[in-house]
Every structure is written in structure tokens, then in C-alpha cells.
Design a protein around this ligand. Structure first.
Ligand code: ADP
Ligand code: MG
Length: 506
């Protein structure tokens, strides 16, 4: 299925030790909570942070006699995710029971897809930076239910259970062991998150646990067969992924080089110490006694449904990144930042739309770059400082595009534009209105500029003499004085030109 052929356009680093060289091999199982108003097999709501057990139906609580019915919206979401990851959609898939006992799993089993998942093999392209790109293979995606949550710290001798999360749809996205460094693993997780958010199939909120990864790590000498892997469970950030891999790589190399063998086990990452510790070994692994769920018929999809979803896919980040660079000549760094989030991209493209409407469908590369600078430079800095989200900004895309045009056509200078920006930010008024109300238009009237120059020269006769006897560095001083005289509003090119003439004329 990997149609790109090229897997990596660079050679990943290895760990060089005194006698050996080690390559790290990483594969991930990512749990992504499906964006859906109701659960995978019940109509209960899924709002995060609700009152405990306020969103648990009899089905989620596994009351006897309850029958699960698959939520077709969640199925559509899984199909969409599969298509977004260039994957095969299986026209027939099945649900299985994974049996185990846990207090927050009232049925005694989790409904999952073990034997035939809804999504088969796919692939995804990941950019590490402007020059380094790799693609990795997706093994499959299956749908399953989330479990509830136990609380052991609310009461001295009781545990509590909240079933709000029980039954929420999860997609488990399983990769092939195709990653070769912690950097690649972190970049993949970020890319996956971006794609899911573009698709609207997972909100990617890692702090709330909507996206969490089990990271499988092994080491081997380059070219050797795969080493024994360790699975580090439930990592919820790219940074922790890197830390866990870093720790594991050295732990495993250490074991092998001192003559030992790596145990295949499940480990937990402690974000405070940055270390992993053993949770259970392969020998303690449970037998889940998987069996087809007799309550659920096979999930049969038809091609029309898949095609309809395919046609509803948005432009994905990779394409957008390429298009922004190609169509507007944006540098990689700008384009990558803009394409990294669907809302950011939508805002920027709305600026371009405003611009294109004003100018008969054309947006020059100059203006696209100017808009990008004001957007990711100035607006982002203001948002960060005020701790606001983009959608809370009083500066709209139309404002930003208008501001750039005011600079471009010479109505205001770049310096005054910063003040205009500040006023638009706090008032929400349009830039042209702010400029008009505050009298901030650039002075392009030559007689006004000449008058200001005459005044500055008159008041600084000593400096004029110094300048004329060769101290040319003083030119900047004169420019500064003229700008001051005009409240910063004089057209800088005109000031430069007139001053030069005036001063050299003597
Ligand atoms: P299981 O189903 O028993 O958990 P899988 O073979 O499906 O095992 O692999 C689970 C995950 O582990 C996958 O993401 C896969 O890429 C990864 N993986 C498998 N073998 C290795 C290995 N030797 N090193 C690192 N990751 C691996
Ligand atoms: Mg597994």
C-alpha cells in the first residue's frame, strides 16, 4: 500500500558505543478517543468532566439483558480516519470480546475488534524538518470501548468508580515498527494528532487523555533481526515519548552489553523521574480469551458510504503544507506552522480569501508573506501574552488583510502599523477606522516633510556641519529627528531622499 516508495530521505542516527553500534526500533499503538456525542454502543453522552456517573447508561453499566447497538457515526469517524491515513477500509469487520476482570469494566469484557478490524494497512508521511521526511506504515485501526475510571484516593477505605468514560469509542491506531529514533516517534505523534484534528475524528487533547500512546521499543545492531521489545504504556505527550525512548534505549543497551537479555514486558513511564519501571512481564500476560461478540452482527459497509466519506475529507496537512509553499512562495517554516493546525490554517486562508476578493482573485507572494508575518509573528505573540485562543482574537482575518494593505499602499508605515495593530487588538475596530480616527495616515505631502526637515536642520546647525565635514553616521540622527517631528508619520523613503538632497546641498 505504501505508494510513495521512499521511506526516508536521510539516514537516522544510531547509538555508537565503544564496541557496538545500536539502532532503535519503535512501533506505536495509539488510542484516540472518537469525537462523537454518544458512546460506541449506547446513547449516553460523552462530555468531558461531567458529574461522575451522570453519563452512564444501563448498557455502559452492563446491566443484564442490555443489548449493544453500534453507533454508526462512530463507524463513519473510523472510516474517515482510515481514509485520512491512506488505509484500506474493510467492507466487513467484526466485534470481539476481550475478557478480563477490572472494577471499572462492569461487563467483565471489553468489546474490541481483534480478528477483523475495520481499517487495514495504510501509511503516513512525516516531516522532521524542511529537509528530512519519512513515511511509516499503519498496520490497522480497530474500534473498541474505553473503560471507566477507578478512584482510590477519595476515601480512606473505599474506592469509587466513575462510568462516564465507560463505553466511549476509541480507535486504536497500530503502526508497523518503522520508526528509528525518538525524534521520529515524537514527530509521528504530532503529525497523527494534526491529521486527526483536521479530520475532526479525535480532538487530540492529550492532557485530557483523548490521545495516548503505547510505545514499543527495542534495540538491535543495524541490519540484525528485530530485538525483543518493551511496551511503555499510556504516554500522553510527545516530550514524554522522547524521554521514555531515551531511557529505554540506554537501559536495553546496558542489559545486552553486559551479557543479559531484555525481558519482553510492559512498563510504565514516570514523568517526574523520566524513568520507566516494570508493570508486568510477558509471563504474567493475561489470556484474554477473545471470542466474537454474539450480540453484535458483522459490520458490513458499502462502497457508497465510503465514497461519501472520502468526498467529505478536508485538504490534509501535508497537501496544505505543499500548496502554501508552492502557490504563495511561503518559506517552509511559515507554511509548516500554519498547516500544523486546522484552525490556524483556516484563519490564514481566510486572510488570503479576503485579499483575493479585493484583488480579482490574485494574492501576491509579497502580501501572503506579509500576512504570515503579522499572523505568526505579531498576532501569536499577543495571543500568547494574553493567554487567549485564536478564536477569541478581536483581530479578524479581514482586519489582518486590511492592515497589510494599508502598509502595502503606503497609507501607514510598518512602524505605525504596530500601533494600529495594538489598537485593533484592544478595540476590535477595523484598521482603516483606527487610522482615520487617530490621524495616523502617513505623511506623503512633500511640503510637510520639507518643512519638518527645514526645522530639524535649523535646530541642529552644529550637527549639520559635522555631517558635511564627513561624519556621515549622523544621517540616522537626522532621520530620527524628522520622524519625531512628524510623530513617526512621515513616509520614510521620502524623508531619506529629501534629507540627502538637503544636507548635501549645504
Ligand atoms: P501485540 O499485538 O502482541 O501487542 P504486535 O505485533 O501487534 O503485538 O505489535 C504491537 C506493536 O509493537 C506494534 O505497534 C508494532 O509495530 C510494535 N512492535 C512489534 N515488534 C517490535 C519490535 N521488535 N520493536 C519495536 N516495536 C515493535
Ligand atoms: Mg498490543
Amino acid at each position: 500500500m505504501n505508494t510513495t516508495g521512499l521511506k526516508r530521505n536521510y539516514t537516522p542516527d544510531t547509538y555508537k558505543r565503544e564496541h557496538n553500534e545500536w539502532e532503535v526500533v519503535i512501533g506505536m499503538e495509539v488510542h484516540a478517543q472518537v469525537v462523537s456525542q454518544s458512546k460506541l454502543f449506547s446513547g449516553a453522552r460523552t462530555v468531558f468532566g461531567s458529574e461522575p456517573n451522570s453519563q452512564a447508561s444501563f448498557i455502559d453499566a452492563a446491566f443484564p439483558g442490555m443489548l449493544p447497538v453500534v453507533n454508526s457515526f462512530c463507524v463513519d469517524q473510523a472510516i474517515k480516519t482510515g481514509l485520512g491515513l491512506n488505509a484500506v477500509i474493510n467492507l466487513e469487520s467484526r466485534f470481539d470480546r476481550k475478557n478480563y476482570f477490572y472494577p471499572d469494566l462492569p461487563a467483565g469484557y471489553q468489546i474490541s475488534q481483534f480478528y477483523s478490524p475495520i481499517v487495514g494497512p495504510g501509511w503516513v508521511n512525516v516531516h522532521l524538518d524542511e529537509l528530512r521526511t519519512f513515511s511509516l506504515r499503519i498496520n490497522h485501526i480497530h474500534l473498541e470501548q474505553d473503560a471507566g475510571k477507578s478512584f482510590h484516593d477519595q476515601h480512606p477505605d473505599k474506592s469509587y468508580i466513575d462510568l462516564n468514560r465507560a463505553g466511549i469509542a476509541l480507535m486504536e491506531i497500530v503502526t508497523e515498527p518503522d520508526m528509528r529514533s525518538k525524534e521520529e516517534a515524537a514527530a509521528f505523534l504530532k503529525t497523527l494528532r494534526t491529521i486527526l484534528r483536521y479530520l475532526g475524528t479525535c480532538d487530540g487533547n492529550m492532557e485530557e487523555g483523548s490521545l495516548r500512546a503505547d510505545v514499543n521499543i527495542s534495540v538491535r545492531q543495524p541490519g540484525a533481526t528485530l530485538g525483543t521489545r518493551v511496551e511503555v504504556k499510556n504516554i500522553n505527550s510527545s516530550r514524554f515519548t522522547e524521554q521514555a525512548i531515551e531511557f529505554e534505549v540506554f537501559r536495553q543497551i546496558e542489559i545486552i552489553e553486559s551479557g543479559g537479555r531484555v525481558d519482553q514486558e510492559t512498563r510504565l513511564f514516570d514523568s517526574i523521574s523520566g524513568k520507566t519501571r516494570s508493570m508486568r512481564s510477558k509471563e504474567d500476560a493475561q489470556d484474554y480469551r477473545y471470542m466474537p461478540d454474539p450480540d453484535l452482527p458483522p459490520l458490513i459497509l458499502n462502497l457508497d458510504r465510503i465514497e461519501r466519506i472520502q468526498n467529505s475529507l478536508p485538504e490534509l496537512p501535508d497537501m496544505k503544507l505543499e500548496r502554501l509553499q508552492k502557490d504563495y512562495g511561503l518559506p517552509y517554516h511559515d507554511a509548516a506552522l500554519i498547516a500544523s493546525d486546522r484552525e490556524i490554517a483556516a484563519y490564514y486562508e481566510e486572510c488570503l480569501n479576503t485579499e483575493s476578493k479585493k484583488h480579482e482573485g490574485k494574492v501576491s507572494g509579497d502580501k501572503a508573506k506579509m500576512i504570515a508575518n503579522w499572523f505568526i509573528g505579531d498576532l501569536f505573540a499577543y495571543l500568547n501574552k494574553a493567554n487567549l485562543e485564536l478564536k477569541e482574537s478581536k483581530i479578524t482575518p479581514a482586519h489582518l488583510s486590511e492592515l497589510v494593505n494599508l502598509i502595502y499602499n503606503g497609507t501607514i508605515s510598518g512602524k505605525i502599523a504596530k500601533e494600529v495593530f495594538d489598537l485593533v487588538w484592544s478595540s476590535g475596530e477595523s484598521p482603516s477606522k483606527v487610522v482615520k480616527n487617530q490621524g495616523m495616515q502617513q505623511i506623503t505631502d512633500s511640503s510637510a516633510i520639507e518643512a519638518a526637515i527645514a526645522k530639524v536642520i535649523e535646530q541642529n546647525q552644529d550637527k549639520v556641519q559635522e555631517y558635511q565635514s564627513g561624519k556621515e553616521k549622523l544621517f540616522g540622527f537626522f532621520v530620527g529627528q524628522v520622524m519625531k517631528e512628524t510623530d513617526g508619520k512621515a513616509n520614510p523613503q521620502m524623508v531619506n531622499e529629501f534629507l540627502k538632497n538637503k544636507l548635501s546641498a549645504g
